[in-house]
Design a protein around this ligand. Structure first.
Ligand code: PAF
Length: 529
């Protein structure tokens, strides 16, 4: 692991890595140090998804108010360095204030000795996120905080130019603002929000928990219980902010050591307060215990469950997914049909599939409509034309895998698939459905079978279609090669999500696999709804 304190050295390292590998995937985990298990879960996720992992450690003075804990904020570089090393981080970037802001930002050019408290934002370029997002929730009591976060995050994204940047969902307002910033400036980075890590008591992990005594930690766990009560009220059918927030506030009031600053229910993206949760809401609280300010939140969703089925080629995903949807009365999201629709469009508009840029232009100026309701019949339209039948032609079949390999197509279709998942009630399959498209799916299945078994099944299929002009050994070699390719490819590699249930289907009939999935669904989902 390398540790850099200068921008020049960091750039030098990244340039050299980039020139050694094409399309290098870089994961950035921006932190202010004092790393805890929450940070480590971000690092772990970044490690799984990228070739290079950069962790930045910088206590950003711009995001602290004059009366806040900038001077006292926990700093423990030695321990952070050790934790990063153990977690397989490639680089920690630990710049000084002088390095980050330059001399003009530090002392406005008036002093020879840079002194922290002289950092003067009026000498720095500012990044101003939408006021509607910074003037609510924590923004009310922390004026300037999110502007300070936006400035430093923009700078880190520009320095590292990562493929993905990882943030904790505990700072949900920060995540929403950063997503907006990235969208508004079209920054080429994927923002990944990772679930809140909690102590056994339910207390959300935070570097500021170091300020708390054991007793205060126990008392502070009331915030989590209050959010849970809010969720329970919502799940029992009361979807109004008035009722949900009343329950949260009354639970917090049980703990006299806690002074609630706010309990709010807002739209998770725009942060606009909600009166009723139609699809999703962010239930967020902030409170003080002693002089320590804590925040916590929970996402509440008014949508039907999603079942995501991933797995290697030939594991029987599409047959199983279609049937599971039927048995559960859910819609089958046929992601393959979407790729077929784009293939059809490329072919009918004579756009060469090999011309990646033309394909990117084509898909991003097209409009896909997907009717998922099995009752009225599944239909797929592209640019207003019903292509449900046309996409099943042999010509489309022959070229669909070429289209699926174009990154711009995958990006476009992942957005479309997420749109279909907004109200839930679907069973979907694909190579990265549970890891990338629907990371919040209620049930994730990783369907697999040995190479031998998958080759045997494929041979039977070919025999049925009178096309068995290949040996079992050759099929085994082909399938093993495809597995290797699928799991090591740069765009959406095949991976088992950490919370997926693996079903090894060797020796199981299709009916048995379906029974298992339906059983899991009933156990996990029906019982909790
Ligand atoms: O979440 C944090 O630790 C900070 O706000 C961040 C994103 C590192 C910016 O300083």
């Amino acid at each position: 692991m390398r540790l850099f304190t200068t921008i020049a050295a960091l750039r030098c390292y990244l340039n050299s890595e980039k020139s050694a590998a094409s399309n290098l995937q870089i994961g950035l985990v921006p932190t202010m140090g004092a790393l805890h298990s929450g940070h480590l879960s971000l690092i772990q996720r970044a490690r799984q998804e990228n070739a290079i992992v950069v962790v930045s450690i910088f206590v950003n003075p711009l995001q602290f108010g004059p009366k806040e804990d900038f001077q006292d904020y926990p700093r423990n570089l030695e321990q952070d360095r050790l934790l990063c090393e153990q977690a397989g981080v490639d680089v920690i970037f630990v710049p000084s204030e002088l390095e980050m802001f330059g001399k003009s930002g530090i002392d406005a050019g008036n002093s020879e000795i840079p002194v922290l408290k002289l950092i003067d934002p009026s000498f720095l370029t500012q990044v101003v996120p939408p006021v509607a997002m910074t003037s609510v929730l924590c923004g009310k009591s922390r004026p300037g905080h999110f502007q300070g976060v936006a400035a430093i995050v923009t700078k880190l994204l520009s320095l590292v130019q990562p493929t993905r940047a990882y943030f904790g969902q505990k700072d949900a307002q920060q995540v929403a603002i950063i997503r907006q910033l990235v969208a508004d400036f079209n920054l080429p980075v994927q923002i990944v929000a990772c679930p809140i890590a909690r102590e056994a008591s339910g207390l959300a992990m935070s570097s500021r928990n170091q300020y708390l005594t054991q007793e205060q930690k126990q008392q502070a766990s009331v915030l989590y219980r209050a959010l849970q009560q809010g969720l329970k009220t919502f799940s029992s059918g009361d979807r109004t902010a008035k009722e949900i927030l009343a329950v949260v506030k009354s639970e917090v009031a049980q703990e006299s050591a806690i002074q609630l600053e706010y309990a709010e229910l807002v739209d998770p993206n725009s942060l606009i307060p909600l009166e009723v949760v139609k699809t999703a809401g962010l239930l967020a609280v902030a409170a003080k215990i002693g002089s320590t300010r804590l925040i916590d939140n929970m996402m509440i969703r008014n949508r039907l469950p999603i079942v995501a089925i991933d797995g290697p080629a030939g594991s029987g995903k599409s047959t199983v997914t279609r049937k599971v949807a039927q048995v559960l009365g859910l819609s089958y999201l046929d992601t393959g049909a979407m790729y077929r629709a784009v293939t059809w469009l490329a072919m009918t508009t004579n756009t060469p599939i090999s011309d990646e840029f033309a394909i990117a232009e084509l898909v991003n100026s097209s409009y896909l409509e997907y009717n998922l309701d099995p009752a009225s019949g599944l239909t797929l339209k592209i640019n207003g034309e019903d292509v449900t039948e046309a996409i099943r032609s042999l010509e489309v079949t022959a070229r669909v895998s070429e289209i699926a390999a174009v990154p711009a197509v995958r990006e476009f279709l992942v957005e479309q698939q997420r749109r279909c998942g907004k109200i839930g009630g679907i069973v979907a399959e694909g190579r990265d459905i549970g890891t990338n498209v629907f990371p919040d799916a209620e049930l994730k299945i990783f369907l697999t079978a040995s190479v031998k078994e998958r080759s045997r099944r494929r041979l039977l299929e070919l025999k049925d279609a009178d096309r068995a002009n290949i040996s079992l050994e050759q099929l085994e070699r082909d399938i093993a090669l495809r597995d290797e390719k699928d799991s090591t490819r740069e765009v959406s590699p095949l991976r088992k999500a950490a919370d997926a249930v693996e079903i090894e289907t060797d020796g199981l009939t299709i009916a048995e696999v379906i029974d298992r999935i339906v059983g899991l669904y009933k156990q996990r989902i029906v019982n909790s709804y």
